[in-house]
Design a protein around this ligand. Structure first.
Ligand code: GCB
Length: 622
């Protein structure tokens, strides 16, 4: 799915800002459907409030019942479209697109249902031309019904538990149970836009790249919708605007001599280099000549995995990075530019070269910056908290396959994405996990043969039924925290044993995909006690000494849990959320951030994968 960009043939209108909002508090949460709230302006159905988009709705008001609301909420926006979009000559297509809305969405335009979508982290869109083009001058009313209920078959899964004991709970009382450790924020989380294309249009572009030192090949495939009679021409430009290769037709190969490769941050003085591929389509339709233009940024790079290494452009790459969340005060999981840019500045300050999109796909705007800055990404789907036996059945499996299709369709052309992660900490010791992960991973590889695939495990190496199918072992462990709490001295032995066991069993490279300890900022204790800043630092140092031995062998990465503190469900082990961040939720460093910063810069500077000329480059001055 192409990101909606403005081009000479495409316009775009942002629908961010204030929308009308109403939560359906009726006992069955179904009044909106019974009374058909989409048929009229929402304010005519009952009281509405202003709701910012993009944002989660949970933390916006002072109403605790909205914070923990489960069920259908309704959003609405009225917008006037430019007259030129509405000409009735069938030459323009108007598309309504949501970057994401959590979890289940139904969308109407002027009372007509246009799209329904399951899944809270990926885009969806609808062609609304036929609805809006009949009535120029009339506002276009967009109504969205959104449901955040999770079931054993959603991704992530969850379950609703009804509390029937009338002596303990009020009538109709229910709670949502989840098996993952972040707050299930809901709302329209990413930009909503209207955009146009000609009625014959470039629907999709797929690009893969191969390269040697002096020549690279860019393989492309373009699909056009709306006519079979069209012509396509392509030109690839470097950052100076010089055309370096041209092509035509729906599939082919562009040859680039002396290519500027896409390199990760800290691996090259000019990381994140991208060419721009301009695709031009011309078609004859309805006695008109239609032209569509789309420009895709293309990074030329290769990825390979051996039994001990992860190679980017043929050079060993060591992941020294973080796990993140889309999470902030007030906004919840809503895209927020100041936060996004601050986070990238912190990542680069830290000397981090990578992150995992734990535990769901992040906004396209964030992924764009990874491409641009050379931050390497393990792109994870929302397969988190798959613990119930029924979540390994066919219904769940089929949905998981669809989610992988949507994710790959969205992110396949991104040079920053070097590996897909199909899940985090599933109950992979259960027997049905074998068929489940074999199928999901095979499907992912069939959709994208160019990237390795993994899932992140915390299962015992001898019992994990999914590990045989991954390319890289990603393992989470919390020695001295969830196991042997307070006993930092067990880390060296336990971590060494963990690595040795996995490697002996599979001979695949290993990433420590999570390790960490909570710390309450400002809480100090020496000798280090749990929850103090000192304990978090001491835990890091114990882990690092083992990483330093094993990275000479087959350990290819370390990703701290977590970049920043984040909100979770309430519980006896969570103090206003998870405090394993090395930054606070407001993005201030804890002591551990400085330990990690020193380490990451040291690794970057000493790394044998850096060409000598780069090592001494001023880029590495902090
Ligand atoms: C994990 C999970 C992560 C949690 C973390 C923790 O293993 O993958 O989602 O937040 O541990 O802090 O418990």
């Amino acid at each position: 799915m192409l990101y909606p960009r403005e081009t000479p043939s495409r316009e775009r209108k942002e629908l961010g800002g204030l929308w009308s909002f109403r939560a359906d508090f009726s006992p069955g949460r179904d009044a909106g459907f019974v009374q058909r709230w989409y048929r009229q302006p929402l304010r005519q159905t009952g009281p509405v409030i202003d709701m910012p988009v993009p944002a989660s709705f949970n933390d916006i008001t002072q109403d605790p019942s909205l914070e923990n609301y489960i069920g259908w909420v309704w959003y609405e926006k009225e917008v006037l479209l430019p007259l030129r979009w509405l000409q009735d000559d069938l030459s323009t297509r108007v598309v309504l697109r949501f970057g994401s809305a959590h979890y289940y969405s139904i969308v109407w335009v002027n009372g007509v249902q246009v799209v329904e979508h399951e899944g809270g982290h990926l885009p969806f869109e609808a062609d609304i031309s036929s609805i809006v083009q009949g009535s120029p001058g009339i506002p276009c009313r967009i109504t969205v019904a959104l449901n955040n209920t999770l079931t054993p078959h959603t991704l992530p899964p969850g379950s609703i538990q009804y509390m029937d004991d009338k002596t303990r709970y009020p009538k109709n009382y229910f709670v949502q149970n989840i098996r993952f450790d972040f707050f299930n924020y809901a709302g329209i989380h990413r930009p909503v836009v209207l955009y146009t294309t000609p009625s014959v249009y470039i629907d999709d572009i797929t690009v893969t790249t191969t390269s040697s030192e002096s020549v690279a090949m860019v393989q492309y495939q373009v699909s056009v919708v709306g006519s079979t009679l069209y012509s396509l021409s392509l030109s690839l430009r470097d950052q100076e605007g010089k055309v370096v290769a041209t092509g035509d037709g729906p599939a082919g190969e562009l040859k680039v001599l002396n290519p500027n490769l896409w390199w990760p941050y800290l691996m090259h003085e000019n990381p994140g280099y991208r060419y721009s591929l301009e695709v031009k389509m011309q078609a004859q339709a309805n006695e008109m000549l239609l032209e569509d233009v789309y420009t895709l940024l293309v990074g030329i790079r290769t990825v390979h995995v051996t039994s001990m290494q992860f190679l980017i452009n043929g050079r060993p790459f060591y992941f020294h990075g973080v796990n993140k969340h889309e999470d902030a005060d007030i906004r919840g999981k809503g895209l927020d530019w100041p936060l996004v840019v601050k986070d990238f500045n912190l990542l680069r300050w830290l000397g981090a070269n990578s992150f995992r999109t734990s535990h769901y796909p992040y906004a396209e705007e964030i992924m764009d910056l990874c491409d641009a800055y050379g931050i390497v990404v393990i792109d994870e789907c929302p397969g988190v908290g798959i613990k119930m036996l029924e979540s390994f059945g066919n219904k769940s499996l089929q949905h998981h396959l669809v989610v992988m299709e949507e994710l790959i369709r969205r992110d396949k052309n991104r040079p920053s994405v070097v590996m897909w992660s199909v899940a985090n900490e599933p109950a992979s010791e259960l027997p049905p996990a074998a068929y489940y992960f074999k199928t999901v991973i095979a499907h992912t590889k069939a959709l994208d043969p160019s990237r390795p695939v993994t899932f992140v495990t915390d299962a015992n190496y001898a019992l994990d039924h999914g590990a045989p199918y991954v390319d890289v072992i990603c393992v989470n462990s919390y020695f001295s925290w969830y196991h042997d709490p307070g006993h930092l001295e067990v880390i060296p032995l336990q971590l060494t044993t963990q690595f040795d066991n996995w490697y002996k069993t599979y001979q695949k490279p290993i990433i420590q995909s999570e390790y960490g300890a909570d710390s309450v900022p400002g809480l100090h204790s020496d000798p280090p006690l749990m929850f103090s800043e000192e304990y978090q630092k001491a835990m890091l140092r114990e882990y690092h000494s083992v990483f330093d031995k094993k990275r000479k062998e087959y350990v290819i990465g370390e990703l701290i849990w977590n970049f920043a503190d984040f909100m979770t469900n309430q519980g006896t082990t969570r103090v206003l959320g998870n405090k394993k961040g090395i930054f606070t939720r407001q993005r201030q460093p804890k002591s551990a951030a400085f330990v990690l910063r020193e380490r990451y810069w040291k690794i970057a500077n000493e790394s044998s994968c850096l060409p000598p000329v780069i090592k001494s480059h001023t880029l590495f001055l902090k």
